[in-house]
Ligand binder design. Sequence first.
Ligand code: FAD
Ligand code: NAP
Length: 311
Amino acid sequence: MGETRHTKVLIIGSGPAGYTAAVYAARAMLNPILVQGMQPGGQLTITTEVENWPGDTHVQGPDLMVRMEAHAKAMGAEVITDIITALDLSKRPFVAQSDSGTVFTADAVILATGAQAKWLGLPSEEKFKGFGVSACATCDGFFYRGREIVVIGGGNTAVEEALFLTNFASKVTLIHRRDTLRAEKIMQDRLFKHPKIQMLWNHDVTEVVGTEAPLGVTGVRARNVQTGAEQIVPCEGFFVAIGHAPASELVKDQLPLHNGGYVKVEPGSTRTAIPGVFAAGDLTDHVYRQAVTSAGMGCMAALDAEKFLAE
Ligand code: FAD
Ligand code: NAP
């Protein structure tokens, strides 16, 4: 059993929502503790260029998150590298157990655990994960210099990943299950103009195929969703970019969730069903899912927590 630490405000998560909540809570003299989780800095640490963070026409995602962490610390927040493994919201103060053994007790909790990459759920995808199958172009693109790559998905992430991967690949095929993308138009323009990128519309992927020894990907089996016809698209790297699922595991049996696992909050606030527990960012938001909206909700959560503690 590790030490027990009490805080007025425990912030769980270190993406834009968590760090912004930390800045506001610290400036309200609430001495917040922020636990970073397994991905310090959150989802923006696995991207490159961010072009829609106000005030920066171009900023690298990881750099932005380093700045946010420094900002939270400079305002007086305590940032801890640890993971919350269990949370008991039935007790007052609330109790959070961490991976390192520390027990945090808190008068208010701000949940900012964000979202995680979704996978197709194919056995062959699982088999080749780390051996040609990835969900992070920034992390793994470098391994595919001069190789052919397939990306699946039709949102901003898929388009960004496909464009980024052209820095390494000889060819990138983007497979999408419909005939229109949901990515922003400016991103689509860049994609369609790129000489290394080829689209395969109205297809899904039914299998990742490859070699056993050494384990490696040689292609994906793509199925036309209209005709059922199948073809093998050769590639050595297969990047899954089909969206993200909210990281609501810690609270799934304690708070109402909706829209596939997102924590429900009172409209116009970050209040959850339990007074003193607030939720912000991608964990609660199935609509906007942006850094700036997450940061905005982080601010709201700190202000809501401050009001709750004052009352
Ligand atoms: P996240 O950034 O998801 O962070 C969640 C945090 O919670 C992480 O630090 C994690 O470690 C922590 N955590 C999870 N579980 C635990 C636990 N048990 N204990 C402790 N901590 C935990 N948005 C834009 O506005 N512009 C962009 O250009 C852009 N590009 C993107 C590119 C990619 C590849 C991706 C995937 C997303 C992009 N987004 C972009 C979306 C943006 O990253 C998210 O909207 C934003 O990061 C959400 O912030 P968040 O704080 O809610 O959560
Ligand atoms: P998303 O917008 O939810 O898109 C997921 C895509 O994957 C959709 O095109 C979807 O197809 C497809 N898909 C889902 N399940 C599939 C399956 N099982 N098989 C095949 N295809 C599947 O997710 P995202 O692209 O990760 O974006 C998440 C959020 O982050 C969005 O709000 C986005 O705007 C934001 N983001 C922003 C930026 C930026 O601003 N530059 C960059 C990255 C992400 P359908 O279209 O048919 O549903």
